[in-house]
Design a protein around this ligand. Structure first.
Ligand code: FUB
Length: 356
């Protein structure tokens, strides 16, 4: 348990280390940073709060056994960072049993909403919502997960017309493949990286079928911000020929961590490729897509997971991401923020987090 409301001074010393930037805070382990600048102009980071539950590592991410959320905030990148009190604990979520994974937040009409995935008592991931009058919580969780939600890694994008959309989903331990037919498939032998159309007939032993990848999901939020206004749909990610990215294309296929920005008139969908450890992006003309693959945003970091958000503050764009500089362990991560260059032609200049 972290101390309440601690302030950490930013490490502004020039660094000789192999890392591009230094961890945002060192008092707690943080990961999966979803960053927003709300109306007060302050930067709010909604991260996962990593801790060591002593659970052995596996391909389903059982070692990521987080149980609460803590918000970080700062006036500017490089400024002092406040580590706020616990915003939400798993014990205060009636439906959730374990694994409070990557969260996000939204702000509407004076209320703040925290969105989070967790497994229920049967080990199935759903997405919950919680409400607060403060951007840093405490948040009060809704008694049930969002109806129609499943899998994990929610992010909520506010479009310029005032509509809000949730993007979500993640394969392997994120369970998106278990919902490929619309119903939860609990088969323990199910492939972790399945195709969109007929997962049960996938007999490719390497698990890399020549078929369309599973895509992230989108649903427009209801006016109450704690429900979906529509059934979730696929967000199609296309290659340069206009064909859907294939499941075997591990350097470009969606794995987890969908995040959307609107830059100019374009929608930018960025996401993690998981086992190839990249953050990549695709652009489109609508929040629903389709999105066309463009390139890499972040090269692999130290640690297995690569999960990010992109935000603008005072006219500059930034990439928030994590690595394991402080611990050397994949499940004990630390958030970082690096400046991001959007080129004049709208392309993103890729970041190398370990330039040394
Ligand atoms: O932090 C737990 C999980 O690891 C997240 O939900 C994934 O995106 C990955 O970063």
């Amino acid at each position: 348990t972290p101390p309440a409301e601690v302030s950490e001074t930013a490490d502004t010393e020039p660094s000789e280390s192999k890392y591009l930037v230094q961890p945002l805070v060192s008092g707690i382990f943080t990961a999966d940073p979803s960053v927003h600048v709300w109306d007060d102009g302050r930067i709010y980071v909604y991260p996962s709060h990593d801790y060591d539950a002593g659970i052995p590592e596996d391909d389903l991410g059982s070692q990521y056994a987080m149980r609460d959320y803590i918000v970080l905030s700062m006036d500017e990148v490089g400024g002092d960072v406040t580590i706020h009190d616990v915003a939400l604990d798993v014990d205060d979520v009636a439906w959730a049993a374990q694994q409070m994974w990557a969260p996000d937040a939204a702000h509407k009409d004076g209320k703040y909403y925290l969105y989070f995935p967790a497994k229920d008592a049967d080990g199935v991931f759903y997405i919950g919502a919680a409400i607060s009058d403060s951007p840093t919580g405490p948040f009060t969780a809704e008694p049930e997960p969002i109806e129609g939600s499943f899998s994990m890694d929610p992010s909520v994008f506010e479009d310029t017309d005032g509509e809000y959309y949730m993007y979500f989903g993640g394969i392997w331990g994120g369970q998106l493949q278990r919902w490929a037919t619309g119903e939860y498939n609990a088969d323990p032998g199910l492939n972790t990286d399945l195709v969109n159309d007929d997962p049960l007939t996938n007999d490719d032993e390497a698990g890399q079928p020549d078929d369309v990848a599973l895509m992230p999901k989108i649903a427009r939020m209801g006016d109450d911000m704690v429900s979906f206004a529509e059934a979730p749909k696929d967000v199609m990610i296309l290659d340069e020929n206009g064909d859907p990215i294939k499941a075997k294309d591990h350097a470009r296929r969606f794995f987890e961590a969908a995040w959307v920005n609107k830059i100019g008139d374009k929608y930018y969908l960025s996401y993690s490729t998981g086992d190839t450890h990249l953050i990549v992006y695709a652009t489109g003309d609508s929040p629903y897509g389709p999105f066309t693959y463009q390139g890499v945003v972040n090269q692999p970091v130290e640690g297995w997971t690569n999960h990010h958000s992109i935000f603008e503050h005072d006219g500059k764009y930034y990439l928030a991401y994590h690595d394991v500089q402080l611990s050397g362990k994949s499940h004990l991560r630390n958030v970082k923020i690096a400046e991001l260059t959007i080129n004049e032609d709208g392309t993103i200049e890729p970041i190398d987090p370990m330039p040394g």
